[in-house]
Design a protein. Structure first.
Length: 294
């Protein structure tokens, strides 16, 4: 198996694998279709201590029983100046390719991307989704960017796009069942100097593996439970959603957690994410707000 792996920032690892011992990497899209499985998951070490532990304090333990994300759309951006026609894209159900042409400084610029429409209910513990993304056919070659659009359309509850349920253990070894229901409505845009490569005639897998080390950097919410600033419901579970009211440093715990996630997922694998006029690029796109799944 040929495995390409690179770390982008400190919150994401992209794993791209292709079977049959392939060692070559294509540098441009060639128009030949390749079967691709796309996944999205949290990292799960083999021990009981998960990747979340170091995000709180080193003495605390946190395990996940449920981790879900609702992804409205997945976008794969083609190399600059290549159109959908250039790569021989063939439209599929809920998968299409769009090419836009803009004039910049009197020069015509072309930008194309493949859009896979959901919503997709991702089990972040396994990386699998409903409906399945196991057999998406896309042109083989190198992609410069992949984007996951979060949105609350998967039936978790009104506008909820992220669900985490499990048990947190505080510094006194007391376990605390918890549930987080988060209305995270933003994009995860992964742009790497090392292209995302899809190889022809291979069983390709593209998995965005979340390392949650920084998700809770803004607030030590487990300590707030131990201090009594966050209180469990009658069933004994601490529920963190937009209706929670905490005390002390956890007064704004919901917003602090959302801010931590947003900062953890905002990155580019580039020396400079600003454009030529000094403005910072906005990774969000509003061109899809009015689109419906085809």
């Amino acid at each position: 198996m040929n495995l390409t792996k690179w770390l982008i920032g400190s919150s994401m690892v992209i794993l791209i694998s292709a079977c049959d011992g392939v060692t070559g990497i294509q540098q441009a899209l060639d128009g030949d279709a390749a079967t691709t499985q796309i996944g999205f998951q949290v990292s799960q070490p083999s021990s009981a201590t998960t990747a979340l532990t170091q995000a709180i304090v080193s003495a605390e333990d946190l395990s996940l029983d449920v981790a879900k994300a609702c992804i409205e759309k997945i976008k794969l951006k083609l190399p600059d100046h290549l159109s959908c026609a250039d790569v021989g894209f063939v439209e599929q159900s809920n998968v299409r390719c769009e090419t836009e042409t803009e004039i910049e400084d009197g020069v015509e610029q072309q930008s194309s991307e493949i859009k896979i429409s959901g919503p997709f209910d991702f089990d972040l513990l396994t990386g699998q989704s409903t409906p399945s993304l196991a057999d998406i056919m896309i042109p083989s070659g190198s992609y410069r960017e992949i984007e996951f659009d979060f949105h609350g359309d998967c039936g978790y509850g009104e506008e909820i796009s992220l669900v985490l349920e499990g048990t947190a253990t505080d510094v006194d070894s007391t376990p605390h069942p918890f549930a987080m229901y988060l209305e995270y409505d933003d994009d995860l845009e992964i742009e790497s100097l090392t292209d995302i490569n899809v190889l022809e005639d291979q069983a390709n897998q593209i998995f965005a593996t979340l390392d949650l080390n920084n998700w809770f950097a803004e607030i030590d919410w487990v300590q707030c439970i131990a201090d009594g600033d966050l209180v469990a419901n009658p069933s004994g579970t601490v529920v963190i959603d937009q209706d929670i009211s905490g005390d002390g440093v956890c007064n704004d715990v919901y917003e602090d957690i959302l801010d931590g996630i947003k900062m953890a997922l905002e990155f580019e694998d580039d020396d400079d994410s600003s454009n030529d006029d000094g403005q910072t690029d906005d990774s969000s796109s509003d061109d899809d707000d009015d689109e419906s799944s085809s």
